[in-house]
Design a protein around this ligand. Structure first.
Ligand code: ARG
Length: 591
């Protein structure tokens, strides 16, 4: 469906043209003085020079042409030449009726859908998920849904970290603890056990222990480095052990991401790039892009216009081991080969920006990607505690994701039980839904690139710019709709009634807000910006609540009027629910 603002602009442009002026002067925007008008066109001022006429004169002519136009309820020329517009209530209602009849709620699909890969999540196997990975998962999931809603083919890839030193560390630690295992016996040719030699909780203890040891003990570190190289090289026992680490870890990660309502299409990992690495290095050397420097293989990626030094991109270390840049480049090869994407979006901590600058430049320079393929880095800021430092537990340790979610849910559970009598089981379920909205909305309502303060009290509040407030608004609408259905005998599903022209100011404000939906969606996609959706659904919720407080809906005696309001409420609910779905959470029936 055409955007509401564009439809209005067209009418104004036609009026300019009919008065003998260029149609382009009819560009119309939303008024920033809602007390004076709803829409405003400043074209008369811009036309002054070309037509050598006083702007107010031009504005008056245009306004006269607009008189009687069914789209507007008023059009005024105001000194020095503004055109102030109000839209007619029945026209607005007609637009929203078409929107309500449209499955996509007025949002148009891209005419040329792109294939977009979103690289997000990025957990490292065998390391517990902590809040650092939370942002990537939350933002990436929302960006994925926004791109999909815009009509593109979107593939979400978790791109697990499973190929670096952390693997060598774990292997080394297991070897120290259980040297008798067959994985470490080089002469072993039989089948390795199907059962992993550790549980997830053991694994989560093994990594930090090994990491600590390697910092103090040079020999231990050397062992871990060697184990990493041998793993990458294909040592049979190490590969078998790595497979166990992966299996145990992935099962746990799936559960954790599932609790966050985050779903990946692909569970690929750094190691999937390994088969491409040797050929890639060979190709880069052969084509003269890469050269040997102190044993390492590198590609220069600095550019003349650089204001900051961009170091060369390292392809292989002197011991032949792959680095983070290596796997990222080879992963691009894998993605191009298997999915032929038009675009890859990386949702990663902004402190990795230099790494991605190097990788993107190297991929272009060495022609791993077509010229028109886009590589985008969506870097996000740090999640801080109230003290302004990276978020920690109360004891000062690294905050595990499970614990954070547990604490928020507990807080929500208490609030729900305090609010009203509730069945404890149902309250637990509701608390999980509301808790998730608190976490996700608290994160997504900030521009992704900015650092933000994770403030539990603020995020879990039912008032203000929070997830629970949005859910509360949706639940309020649902409860009115349920009562209306019960009293009028309408079944489940979309309310059939037509919207009416607004009966009061707050109703019109709500309707004007609804009419913005498709343009907000377009902007959120173009900017890859979930925070645009947050601020829109917040404004919409405020408009709904104002209308609700000023209007007696269910007790209204005129049935047609009542049905019209119910249709308006139902449309608002659908838009809000679509909005939160794009953010990656959903609303309970009651709360
Ligand atoms: N595993 C990485 C980390 O924890 C994030 C991966 C981001 N994606 C990528 N293609 N490099 O820092």
């Amino acid at each position: 469906m055409e955007k509401f603002l564009d439809l209005i602009g067209k009418e104004v442009s036609a009026a300019f043209e009919a008065c003998g002026y260029d149609a382009s002067y009819g560009k119309t925007g939303i008024s920033n003085r809602p007390d004076l008008c709803e829409y405003q066109c400043n074209g008369a001022m811009a036309a002054k020079k070309k037509y050598q006429k006083a702007p107010i004169q031009i504005a008056k002519e245009v306004v006269e042409k607009l008189a009687g136009n069914p789209v507007f309820s008023s059009a005024e020329a105001v000194n020095p030449g503004f055109i102030n517009l109000r839209v007619s209530g029945s026209y607005l209602a007609g637009y929203l009726d078409r929107m309500a009849a449209d499955q996509k709620l007025s949002v148009e699909k891209a005419d040329r859908p792109k294939t977009i890969i979103i690289d997000y999540g990025g957990a490292n196997v065998a390391k517990p998920l902590h809040v650092g990975h939370l942002r990537s998962a939350i933002i990436g999931e929302s960006v994925k849904r926004i791109c999909r809603a815009a009509g593109h083919r979107v593939i979400g890839d978790v791109h697990l970290g499973d190929w670096g030193l952390q693997m060598g560390l774990i292997i080394t630690e297991v070897k120290h603890r259980k040297p008798e295992l067959p994985y470490f016996d080089e002469s072993f040719t039989g089948e390795y056990p199907a059962e992993a030699p550790f549980t997830i909780s053991e694994l989560e203890e093994i990594y930090p222990t090994a990491s600590e040891k390697s910092k103090k003990d040079e020999a231990y570190k050397a062992e871990a480095l060697e184990a990493t190289a041998r793993l990458q090289d294909g040592a049979r026992g190490y590969r078998a052990l790595w497979q166990h680490i992966l299996n145990v870890s992935v099962a746990d990660l799936k559960k954790n991401y599932g609790n966050l309502n985050v779903e990946f299409d692909l569970w690929k990992k750094e190691s999937d790039a390994q088969p491409y690495i040797a050929d890639m290095a060979e190709y880069m050397k052969r084509e003269g892009y890469a050269y040997q420097d102190q044993g390492a293989l590198i590609v220069d990626v600095k550019e003349e216009s650089d204001t900051k030094e961009v170091p060369p991109c390292m392809i292989l270390k002197s011991d032949g081991a792959a680095l983070y840049t290596t796997t990222d480049l080879a992963t691009i090869i894998d993605r191009v080969k298997n999915y032929d994407p038009d675009e890859i979006i990386y949702v990663v901590d902004k402190r990795q920006e230099m790494h991605f600058t190097q990788v993107f430049r190297c991929a272009r320079k060495t022609k791993l990607v077509k010229d028109d393929m886009e590589l985008k880095f969506l870097g996000f800021g740090t999640m801080n505690g109230k003290d302004g430092k990276p978020f920690k537990t109360r004891e000062g340790g690294v905050m595990r994701l499970e614990r954070l979610i547990g604490e928020i849910n507990e807080e929500m559970y208490k609030k729900i039980m305090d609010n009203h009598e509730a069945d404890p089981d149902e309250a637990r379920q509701t608390a999980a839904m509301v808790g998730l909205s608190a976490i996700k909305y608290g994160d997504l309502s900030n521009q992704a690139s900015k650092d933000y303060v994770f403030d539990v009290d603020k995020f879990t509040s039912f008032e203000g710019n929070t997830g629970p407030y949005i859910l509360y608004t949706i639940v309020r609408i649902k409860s009115i709709l349920t009562k209306y259905r019960a009293s009028s005998g309408i079944g489940e599903g979309t309310i059939p009634a037509a919207l009416l022209a607004p009966a009061n100011e707050s109703e019109k404000a709500l309707m004007l807000e609804l009419a913005k939906f498709n343009s907000v969606m377009e902007q959120a996609f173009e900017e890859l910006a979930p925070h645009r959706i947050c601020s829109y659904i917040y404004d919409l919720s405020n408009a709904l609540n104002r209308f609700y407080h000023e209007t007696k809906i269910l007790s209204h005696e005129d049935e047609t009027q009542k049905a019209g309001w119910i249709a308006l409420l139902d449309l608002t609910r659908r838009v809000l629910e679509t909005g939160i779905d794009l953010l990656g959470f959903s609303a309970p029936e009651r709360m």
